[in-house]
Write a protein that binds this ligand. Structure first.
Ligand code: HSE
Length: 432
């Protein structure tokens, strides 16, 4: 079996760069765990002189898409130019030339997924588009592998990172809409034309793909009732906050009694709703299956590396198939050969609660002791003193900066030896 998988990539924008970098970072790990030597051999780049802030050998670039679509050496074409055309036509041509295709293009899949999937079947190649929905979250793969046995009755999600970033920044820092949108563009979350993000069209494309996978129903994105976030002002966000709600751009589809309802629209969610705490560019997808019940996926829905991670996952999935392995033998591999040491003393922040005698100098003695062990105090609080066994005592609460567990134990053992320390009542790791 030839383990060299040659990839031709169409486009070197944010996701193209993210895919290239993710492969550079993890090529050896992929080789080690799968046996596949994946190489991006050609990249369509019509402006090779433009500085893209990434170090790619110039000879990989070609301005001519034919040099990728018609190269018999290339096994997989990764389409990352976006937009419906010419992306669909390029993918179709790659398929006709016997190449499997990976794409992050939600607009093209929502519009032409059926056509492309049938064409791929006809030509005995594979079409994968994990990166098209919710960026780095492996929702499509999960739905079509581990969760395949379920029937689903509903799906809700935050499917657009840009709008979630805007709403979060407006809500948490009172920032101005236009300023935050520019920031999202700089960070590589937003579409080339961010209208698709803020008007909800990007989320509608993704919801249309999810509906097809979950309910087996074809609904064009423009048939999904869609409202974006452009009408949401700071005053709405603040009123919602006062009332205990967060405003999120929610994409939802629900099936009941043989009917499917769906929408993309700003929605007020109670603060304690799991989706309400999904902030910034993070996405979440919540599904309800008849066997698995409620399940929520959370992760980065936009950005070069997370989306690149999804693209690479698809490349590896196809490579397994090209390697003549069964599509169903993608199993977790138990391995025991990594040369890693076990770190039982990893550093963490800690909360420490103790009871001490309420006397001058007690706090000083304890903080001096922490200082001796090189433990830094982030926050400290003393609760009102009270009588215990005829003595005035007080509760002290410390939040300690990162410290190893054993060093903390030594320090607290010493603290307990002080005649002013009555008890160490609790030690809890703090995770930010
Ligand atoms: N513009 C999209 C978003 C990128 O903000 O979520 C990922 O599809």
């Amino acid at each position: 079996m030839n383990n060299h998988i040659k990839v031709g990539m169409l486009g070197i924008g944010n996701i193209g760069k993210g895919t290239y970098l993710a492969l550079e970072m993890n090529h050896d790990k992929i080789l080690d765990t799968t046996g596949f030597d994946i190489e991006i051999v050609r990249i369509l780049n019509r402006s090779p002189e433009k500085d893209r802030g990434i170090d790619i050998p110039k000879e990989k670039y070609t301005p001519d898409v034919r040099e990728i679509l018609e190269d018999p050496e290339i096994d997989i074409v990764v389409e990352l130019i976006g937009g419906i055309e010419p992306a669909t036509e390029y993918m179709a041509e790659a398929i006709r030339n016997g190449k499997s295709v990976v794409t992050a293009n939600k607009a093209a899949i929502a519009a032409n997924g059926k056509y492309l999937a049938e064409l791929a079947q006809e030509h005995h190649v594979l079409l994968r588009f994990e990166a098209a929905v919710a960026g780095g979250i492996p929702i499509l793969t999960s739905l079509t592998t581990a969760l395949l046995s379920n029937r689903f009755s509903e799906v809700h999600g935050i499917l657009n990172g840009t709008t979630n970033y805007i709403l979060t920044q407006m809500s948490e820092y009172g920032k101005d809409y236009d300023e935050v949108l520019k920031d999202a563009q700089r960070k590589g979350f937003a579409e080339a034309d961010p209208t698709a993000d803020v008007e909800g069209l990007d989320a509608a494309n993704k919801l249309s793909i999810l509906i097809s996978l979950i309910f087996g129903m074809g609904i064009a994105p423009d048939k999904i009732p869609t409202q974006g976030i452009t009408s949401i002002g700071l005053e709405d966000i603040n009123y919602a906050k006062e009332a205990g709600y967060s405003i999120k751009l929610l994409a939802s589809a629900k099936e009941s009694d043989g009917k499917m309802s769906c929408s993309v629209e700003p929605t007020m969610l109670r603060k304690n709703h799991p989706i309400a705490s999904v902030s910034n560019e993070f996405n979440a997808v919540f599904v309800k299956g008849n066997a698995v019940d409620n399940l929520m996926f959370y992760g980065r829905g936009a950005g070069p590396l997370p989306t690149g991670s999804a693209v690479l996952g698809d490349i590896i999935g196809i490579a397994r198939k090209l390697g003549k392995a069964s599509a169903y033998d993608i199993v977790p591999q138990l391995r025991y050969d990594a040369k890693l040491e076990l770190n039982v003393d990893a550093e963490s922040k800690y909360y420490v609660r103790m009871t001490v005698a309420e006397r001058p100098g007690v706090l000083g003695k304890i903080t001096t002791l922490f200082g001796y062990y090189d433990i830094s105090v982030e926050a400290i609080q003393q609760k009102a003193p009270y009588e215990s066994n005829g003595e005035r005592v007080a509760t002290l609460i410390f939040i300690l900066f990162e410290v190893g567990r054993s060093k903390l134990k030594y320090a607290l053992d010493e603290a307990l030896k002080l005649d002013t320390t009555k008890s160490i009542d609790n030690i809890i790791r703090v995770e930010e």
